[in-house]
Design a protein around this ligand. Sequence first.
Ligand code: ZN
Length: 422
Amino acid sequence: MVTNPVVAVEVRAYNVGFGDCLLVLFEYASGPKRAVLIDFGSTGRSSKSPEKAMEKIATEIQKIVQEQCGGVLHGLVATHRHKDHIGGFIGTAGQIIEALQPKVVTQPWTEHPDAAKDAKAAPSEEPKSIRAMRGNYLRSLEQMRGFCVAALGQANNRVGVVNASKIRFLADTNLPNKEAVDRLQRMAKAGKGEFVRAGAKSKLEGQLPGVKVHVLGPPDLTQTDSILKQKSSDKDEFWQFLEFWSLLQAGSNAVPAPVFAKAKTVRPPRTAQWFVNRANRQYGNQLLSIVRILDKALNNTSVILLFEVGGKKLLFSGDAQLENWMYALSQPEYRELVQGVDLYKVGHHGSGNATPKSLWKLIHQGPDGEGKLKTVLSTMKGKHHEVPQPLLMDALQAETELTNTEGVRSPALSAPVVRIQI
Ligand SMILES: [Zn+2]
């Protein structure tokens, strides 16, 4: 018997440009609301964004927490390590959120500070200490930083203007920000942190009476052994994620030397110029494909959460792409769970492979009627390769009640609020 049931859930989607920042408020029949912040990052802010947008949004979140939630931030979820999801945890904006002392900090198992480099799963539920900034974890951050910095350095016009801008965007998004990661680990210490995999029992449940919290992803590599074997032949990036790290660690030549490095000063014969251009372009294509693999691998570490409350279901999937979803979608109980959700935070800013069609069929209830699916999309055109995907946008607009942060004034004291009545 629930004595104080949840009567509504509100989702506030802040316009952070390209990125995610979602405040989920659980409203109870009596007493203060309970709050969970899902992601706090931005990259590629629009030209209309005001100065210090993340600070202003942090201040707004602080105000809501103080005025409506009894001063408590019950949960903080960092779905994955990309800048557009955790980049806000720096400077004053990061300090404001840290001062709220979130009760639970949820991150994917791949962020477990004690994980070995060839880990197939998080070593234990509780990290031993904040040794996070040492050992393999730190080394992997350093390797990734080195790679991204090198890729940024190579993203010049010689590789083609279009390639250069794509490489710059992806390398920058993947550039780990030590201050943000450090702050997350600090907030996660003293037993508040959890590093979850599919099927984990989340500590968030303890903070949200009456709410069931299902973790649908990411799977760890003990859960996906069969897929690992099955997919290794067709070079699926996600399942080779850790292998990819060891490759980075093994070689100092993670970024190959530029083709015709001196082409600028030593001008090749006129008749050979076409070849130099083509070779440089080819180099750019290869570099771009490497940063894309890196980007996709991290997206696939995204935590997928489903909140179930009073018969209503809300699904948040970070930037999880097909490979992450494959595990959940292969489990009958999860297939049943995602069937007919009431709210779906559109995966990966509306990209084409973050809302697999088999998922779409399950969550989507059809164009008419009261059960019309509510969707929340945080996106910005022209930043990421084919995001948002036009066909998906058409379906979202035609068949769901879509709330899109793009075009909403930022910082959003007027953040669109999607309300689910229980
Ligand atoms: Zn993202």
